[in-house]
Design a protein around this ligand. Structure first.
Ligand code: FAD
Ligand code: NAP
Length: 337
């Protein structure tokens, strides 16, 4: 087990926030994970499980042992008719796994191209983009239970997947470390181009509908719209899109005729948080080294040298203004430490 002391976390979070960790432990296998929780040297310290750090905001130095999950491996388990089950180590890079699927002509994750981070973190918030969520291709996962020191198998129901949420972000928080995820992929996938931009891009380029072209389209749209964390620190959408009930929606429509909205199967209505934030005048606003991105106001950015607490404060100001103007509570998507 490789242990580093008093280390800067700046290169371990895509916000690029400077914070110190008391210890950082690289975890390459399930055995090392068990060792980290059971060794007397580390037992006394609280732990923080880290993947790619792309959904995290550090607001202080971490008097903890950071467990950086690097468990690797992509293994085909079996194939039944058109369905192929693939088991993937939690430390694999999500987009590398998507590329592996494309190389093997396996469909299901193409709409989730270019999402940063690791495979092990993907179920934590049930990652989603362009009409597809992790739960749509999920078979099962294995996780280390901290209390018992045993590996447990979770099926889809037990993971309680929801909109950018799961058991691991809710009731199971801080109790499990995901070590592998098994996916159900397809050799004859159904395509989802419900997000207009994908089909438009394919039409413009004269490209046929297949997993390779969908992935290319998603990559193109994302690169055009979102800041690259290598160039400008960010953690993607800072807030979740709020889901409101019909009476509030009816009341808001009377005032804001152009209010964008997406009805859900549950009868509730999803409102794009980006629109709400823009209406409150935050889009493109900059305060010294931090700000709200100029093209995508759901993304808060660190231009370099910004502090985690400053970003947190900005996020709270945005939440208050949305609450005051629309009576809507914006919930944070990013994990604050
Ligand atoms: P981290 O940030 O390291 O960790 C996130 C949380 O998961 C933490 O609470 C951590 O403790 C926990 N965790 C990490 N690994 C494990 C594990 N093995 N077991 C248990 N808990 C663990 N998200 C989307 O859903 N859709 C998008 O389209 C999207 N686009 C993004 C675009 C950009 C530019 C950026 C920067 C982020 C985007 N995100 C998106 C958010 C982020 O990429 C995802 O949430 C991703 O799954 C986080 O992975 P990570 O490995 O970086 O997790
Ligand atoms: P967009 O396409 O401009 O759409 C704006 C919002 O409207 C999105 O948040 C999306 O909700 C919703 N939406 C658009 N078309 C929809 C449809 N046909 N049905 C239902 N809802 C629809 O969004 P964007 O900002 O460019 O992002 C594109 C996709 O990438 C989105 O799915 C977004 O969630 C994802 N993304 C996520 C992050 C993150 O960090 N979580 C960062 C960047 C992009 P949903 O968000 O619910 O899909």
């Amino acid at each position: 087990m490789q242990i580093k002391k008093n280390i800067s976390l700046k290169s371990y979070n895509t916000f690029g926030i400077e914070a110190k960790a008391q210890l950082l432990v690289n975890i390459e296998s399930e055995e090392q994970l068990k060792e980290a929780y059971q060794s007397p040297k580390l037992m006394a310290l609280p732990k923080l499980v880290l993947g790619g750090g792309s959904n995290i905001l550090f607001t202080k130095n971490q008097r903890k042992a950071i467990l950086k999950i690097n468990i690797r491996g992509i293994d085909v388990l079996d194939q039944k008719d058109h369905e192929v089950r693939v088991k993937v180590g939690a430390g694999e890079i999500w987009h590398q796994f998507v590329l592996w699927c494309l190389d093997h002509n396996l469909g299901g994750v193409e709409n989730l191209s270019l999402i940063p981070g690791t495979v092990g973190a993907a179920p934590v918030q049930n990652i989603g983009a362009y009409g597809v969520e992790l739960k749509d291709v999920f078979d099962s996962l294995e996780a280390y239970e901290i209390k018992s020191g045993k590996i447990k198998l979770f099926n889809k129901e037990q993971c309680q997947f929801d909109y950018r949420n799961s058991f691991f972000k809710g009731r199971g928080k801080d109790q499990f470390v995901i070590t592998s995820v098994t996916f159900k992929l397809s050799t004859q996938p159904r395509f989802d181009v419900s997000y207009g931009g994908i089909q438009r891009w394919l039409d413009e380029k004269g490209l046929e509908l297949n997993i390779h072209n969908i992935s290319e389209s998603v990559i193109h749209i994302r690169q055009t719209k979102l800041p690259d964390p290598v160039k400008i620190g960010n953690a993607g959408s800072f807030f979740k899109n709020p889901i409101i009930e019909k009476p509030l929606h009816e009341a808001l429509k009377l005032i804001y005729e152009d209010l964008p909205h997406y009805p859900l199967d549950s009868g509730s209505i999803k409102i794009p948080a980006a629109w709400l934030i823009e209406q409150c005048g935050w889009k493109g606003r900059r305060m010294d080294q931090i700000g709200v991105h100029e093209r995508q106001p759901l993304v808060l950015v660190n231009y370099g040298g910004g502090k985690g607490l400053e970003i947190l404060k900005l996020s709270e100001q945005i939440q208050i203004s949305i609450q005051n103007k629309f009576g809507i509570e914006l919930k944070t998507e990013v994990n604050i430490f």
